[in-house]
Structure formats: C-alpha cells, structure tokens
Design a protein around this ligand. Sequence first.
Ligand code: CUA
Length: 310
Amino acid sequence: MSGVPTLNPFSPEAASIFHLFVAILLVMFAIFALVATLMTVAIVRYRDREGAPEARQEFGNPRLEIIWTVVPALLLAVIFVFTVRTIHASDPPAAGHAPDLRVIGHQWWWEAAYLNSGVVAANEIHIPVGHPLLLDIESADVIHDFWVPELGRKIDAVPGHPNHIWISADKPGTYLGTCAEFCGNEHAWMRIVVIAQTPADFAAWQRDQLTVPPVPLAGEAAQGAQIFRDQTCVNCHAISGTSGNKSIGPDLTHLAGRGIIAAGAAANTPENLFKWLKDPNSIKPETHMPNFQLSDAQAHALVAYMETLK
Ligand code: CUA
C-alpha cells in the first residue's frame, strides 16, 4: 500500500500495535511539553538579574518527591496493562489450531506451503481477506525474521524451532514485507509480497496453482524444458510434471505468474530472467543459484520455457 507501512495497519493485529504506539507517543509528548514548559518558566523567571539577592536554597521537598515518584509509576502501570493487552491482540494464541501455511525462510527466499491444498509458492503469499491464516514459521538454515508491517508483528524463523503467527488483511491489496533479521549477504533481498484477495479469488488462485502446466513439445520452449532437465536445474527446483526436487530452490511450477524473481531482487521480466540465468551473481551476489555458464541460446530457450509456466 502507501506511506510508512508501520503507520498504516491493514489488519486487526497490526492496528492493535499501531494504537498502542500512538497512545504512548501522545503520553510521551504530553510529558515532554510539561517538562519543557516548566523548564522555560524556571529559566526565565529565576534568571540572574543585576542586584538580585541570592536564590533561596531548598533541601528536599517530600511532597514533590512523592508526586514525581507516584505519577510516573502509575503511568507505567497503565502502559504495562495496555502493552499486555496489545501483546494478546497482536499475537492471538495458536494452541489448538492447525497451521494453514508453512513459511520457511531460506538464504535468501521464502517458501510458502499451503498445508490444506498442497499449493507451494515462493516469496509471494496469497491470503483470503477476512479469514486469518495461521502461519507456521520455520527456517531451513539460519535465523530469519518474517515481517509484513501493515499486517502484523515480526516473528523469527528459527531453525528447529517452529514459531506461529496469525496473518490477515482487512481489504484486498498487495502488502510488502521483508526479512527483518540479518541472515547473510543477501538479507536485504529477501522480500515478502502478501497478496490479499477476496475468498473467491483466493480459491481460484489455489486451483490455478494446483494445475500442472503442459510440457511444451516443440520450439524454443521445448528445448528449454530439455535444458532444464539436462542442466540439473531439477536437482534444486520443482516443476509439477517434472521430477524436480522440492525445497532447495523455489518451486517454479507457476513462475511466470509471479511479479518478482530472486525474492524481489528483480522484476519478473524475460530480460531479467535471462540475466539471472546467465549470471545470477549479477543480480544477487552470493546467491546459492549457481552460474551454469549457459550459452545465450540455452538461456533464451530456458526463458521461453519459464514463460510457459503460468
Ligand atoms: Cu533472511 Cu534476513
């Protein structure tokens, strides 16, 4: 959406965090205004003047000391209560619910497996508006952190320790997120795109994702499909209908339907895909995607094949 994402909540969870932030900000501003006013008054009124007598010296004032101890303590107690309420509102308990979606952080991309339908996506997560999904957040390697500020809190993706978070959106739209825990060279290019759709559109998207794209039988795309198998791309990438290996690299079954490649490092255009296949490091230095030293013809054929994976 637009503006500063943390100040633009689009889910009840994110709204609860935003409201607490605004409330504390207002209280802090009031305290700042009070202190600044009292200081200004004191500086002006008690400044040194020509011939003025020496100021009266005060040694302790029990009443004042009690007031400035009790008032902040009460204030902090109130903030504590609202903070605890926000913790519950922004992170409802997951116990007793089965996760809808398993999100796995990898260096440097996100795998998203829909546990009920079997859909596997990468970097772009679709959710139905008004139906909170329970996410199981895991990591395949180091600690990552899943954060979509408009939709909720941050949550760490810790190897061997699944975390849970509810995610929902009030209205359809595209919400940007990112990995929020330094996880290596390409930490900055570990973007998350959450696409909130009406339940009907979400269901249609899931059906679409479950279709197996036809293997092209002729032309450049067919050569590309052959190269995909010969060049061991299948060792790391799954494409439904081929014998690809899941979960090392992103599932490419519906690659052409995505807006980004390399977890946001480039827009998904044929030109960028070509560049990526020729030299992945030119787009994303230190990516685990190897450079296969493809010829231009081979890379073009692969791009032609990838473009059929709608
Ligand atoms: Cu993954 Cu930072």
